[in-house]
Design a protein around this ligand. Sequence first.
Ligand SMILES: C[S@@+](CC[C@H](N)C(=O)[O-])C[C@H]1O[C@@H](n2cnc3c(N)ncnc32)[C@H](O)[C@@H]1O
Length: 381
Amino acid sequence: MLILGREPKLSLVELEALFGSENVKKVAPEIAFVETDSLNLEHLGGSIKAGKILEESVTDYLAKLPEGKITLGISDYSAKANKKSSWTLALKYKNLLKRHGRNVRLIPNNDGPVLSSAASHHNQLGEKLNHIEILKFNNHLAVSIGTQNITAYAKRDRERPARDAFVGMLPPKLAQILINIAVGEFKKENQDQKDLVVLDPFCGTGVVLQEATLMGYSAYGTDLSEKMISYSKKNMDWLTNRTPELQEKDAPKLYLEPGDATDHSWNLAKVNCIASEIYLGHPLSQAPSGIKLKEYQQSTKALLTSFLKNIGAQITSGATLCLATPAWLRPNGHYEGVNILDEIEKLGYNTLQYKHAASQDLLYYRDGQIVARKLLILRKQ
Ligand SMILES: C[S@@+](CC[C@H](N)C(=O)[O-])C[C@H]1O[C@@H](n2cnc3c(N)ncnc32)[C@H](O)[C@@H]1O
């Protein structure tokens, strides 16, 4: 059972790309069941909590816990659940465990029927012996195997030495989503490919490069600006210094060089997965007028088209791209991106389709944000 993040459609697409649509079942807007033996929550940008569905009753499961004190939390995601019903359930399990002579500390669900990811993470529920969180959705019960490590994300996001307010920075979770989609889709067609290299042709300060290497892939970054290449280098050195796995002999490799994505020749012998946030334009403080919007759309479309044409001539059939592109806030509260779908086939790509989300719904933004990111997921024909 996976509890999905703030943009559940993106989370579902990430899961579909990694595990196959047939293995991903959406049971509520923010909950999915996934059939898999290999799930690493640390590498899933779109999911907040993961649990293993219980095959036995909670009572039987709790009764078998190893000796020692038990820390217990309940998160009930059923539509009818409320703070009180969740707490009543928690007390029921506590009393039951007490009858078995067990010492239990309950984590209070202060804000409602579910524990916040901060509460679950800080209490190490699902991550430490006898630190248990029961995830409930209607009659489905699961035991948590962990919660997104919000502390680690915040550190990676805020402590990097080279930052640039103008370029803006991709949230690490979204970078993971882009990488998982590009790599997941590529692996579906090329199962035995090892030593994957993720290319970011608009690498900026290097968030995609950082997340790719932490996920075990080599990373290749290029950017028009020499300054950005030096920022990426500084950030990646910082990351390597504080990450022992990245210092090992067989650690993922990093390649960096300046280059204009519209005419650069990459050393692409091994690159088949492209994950990138393209140029989003100047930061805006208010929604653009109709005329300005057209201007932004045209220049973004020109950049995208030239880039796709250039890289299309250098990558092989089956290569996958997951690109974050700009979409601008309109007076009706919707976002409007660049309409490039008609050209995609002519440029030699197919748009990938998903069971749980239409391509126009793949948006990532915070409330009121002027420029949202819209995902474009392509495969080279
Ligand atoms: C939105 S930023 C990417 C930020 C990046 N995701 C990060 O983690 O910092 C877009 C980047 O595209 C670069 N850029 C703009 N036009 C480009 C082009 N034609 N070719 C390559 N890079 C370009 C800019 O220098 C900028 O660093």
